[in-house]
Design a protein around this ligand. Structure first.
Ligand SMILES: Cc1cc2nc3c(=O)[nH]c(=O)nc-3n(C[C@H](O)[C@H](O)[C@H](O)COP(=O)(O)O)c2cc1C
Length: 390
């Protein structure tokens, strides 16, 4: 049972979500929050983490706790990555720039989306270390090569290639909010009224957060000012014919680390390893693609069994706390990606909010390690989990 108390400070990711809901125009909040169709997979992502139980262990020396890990040879403060989120810069002013700064201050990687508002170059100006870049395959491989070159030029060391978006999942909330159609003048007026009833967002992001374009793609859609123009270009460029052969091609082009994101089946994980991936993200795209598939966390043990240590295994979908990170590590993930929470925190309380959320998650992870009697994150195993139905 949770109580909102006096509501003076946000304590959990759920609290940041509630604050973001107040701050954002309805269509934007639902764009972030929603999933595909009836949102069964979206719900399972969160519920499946919550249903994993720990064993409480006592009388062990937990006076020194370690959450530090290495990933691809780099040291990080905790095994968590800010996931690629398209259009984040519509939720908070130049959100991707704020996110990379907070990720660096916390000692974790930030991954920039192909369809971000801020460009690779704008984010790089704010960063002092390499960040990650996420890519979707475009029909015109020339564009792909240019994006890879730009990512390399700004020092990105890890490419996350997303494979679970061959076509876009149907998202009922976006349809209901008129995000997918032009609409009649009356619908346009209702949308405008909703924007006007969120003055803080309107001032901070709507006006001061411009330009609202797909920063990485503006050179391919010259003269485009409106997001609609970018969206139709992206729709025409998304390549549904992509197969593992194309990943082989990509592998040949990208010298850095390559992570394939959007794997749920062991056979696909094996294919990813076969074409030379350095890592996979067990993911259903935050429940936004095929509604009715299993959660990432429930498929994680099967992927671990299939590929073992042949590649790094990350998991995402529903990670909402430090406890969830410990659960994912115990089940064999080397790292987790966190999506919606970072945007909720930035949308509601800006950079300070995101910093506070990450500090909270790290503190929760510390406490979990202490109370499960396993003070070093690198030694977590299924032994900390209670699989019995007692
Ligand atoms: C609004 C939104 C936009 C997203 N955009 C992208 C994207 O551009 N590229 C990508 O690979 N994944 C994208 N994702 C998926 C996330 O990277 C991640 O897999 C997912 O959010 C994890 O689930 P969580 O939100 O429950 O943490 C997006 C997710 C959301 C919610």
């Amino acid at each position: 049972m949770s109580s909102k108390g006096l509501g003076l400070f946000p304590a959990s990711t759920g609290d940041y979500r509630a604050l973001a809901e107040k701050r954002l125009p309805r269509a934007l909040f639902d764009y972030i929050d929603g999933g595909a169709c009836e949102e069964k997979t979206l719900a399972a992502n969160v519920a499946d983490f919550q249903n994993i139980m720990f064993k409480q262990r006592v009388m062990r020396d937990v006076s020194t706790i370690n959450t530090k890990t290495t990933f691809f040879g780099n040291a990080y403060e905790l095994p968590m990555v800010l996931a690629p989120i398209g259009l984040a810069g519509l939720m908070a002013r130049r959100a991707e720039v704020q996110a990379v700064r907070v990720a660096e201050a916390t000692g974790i990687p930030f991954c920039l989306s192909t369809v971000s508002i801020c460009s690779l170059e704008e984010v790089a100006k704010a960063a002092t270390k390499p960040f990650w870049y996420q890519l979707y395959m475009m029909r015109d491989r020339g564009y792909v090569e240019q994006l890879l070159q730009r990512a390399e030029n700004v020092g990105c060391d890890t490419l996350v290639f997303t494979v679970d978006l061959a076509v876009v999942g149907p998202r009922y909330r976006d349809v209901r909010n008129g995000m997918t159609a032009e609409g009649t003048p009356l619908i346009k007026i209702r949308k405008l009224m909703n924007l006007l009833s969120h003055p803080q967002w309107l001032h901070d992001v709507g006006i001061k957060g411009k330009p609202h374009v797909f920063g990485n793609l503006s050179e391919f859609v010259p003269g485009a000012q409106k997001l609609e123009a970018f969206k139709s270009w992206v729709d025409s460029q998304f390549d549904a014919s992509v197969t593992w052969k194309d990943i082989e091609w990509l592998r040949g082009k990208w010298k850095g680390k390559l992570i394939i994101k959007g794997i749920l089946e062991p056979e696909d994980a094996l294919e990813a390893v076969e074409v030379g991936a350095d890592g996979v993200v067990v993911s259903n795209h935050g429940g936004r693609q095929l509604d009715g598939v299993q959660s990432g966390i429930s498929m994680l043990p099967h992927i671990v069994e299939a590929i073992g240590d042949k590649a790094e295994i990350l998991v995402d979908g529903g990670v909402r706390s430090g406890q969830d990170i410990a659960k994912a590590r115990a089940l064999g993930a080397s790292n987790v990606m966190v999506g919606r929470p970072w945007v909720w925190a930035l949308a509601s309380q800006g950079e300070a909010g995101l910093q506070q959320l990450l500090t909270t998650i790290k503190a929760e992870l510390n406490i979990t390690l202490a109370l499960t009697g396993c003070p070093d994150i690198n030694e977590l195993s299924p032994a900390i989990l209670d699989k019995s139905q007692r």
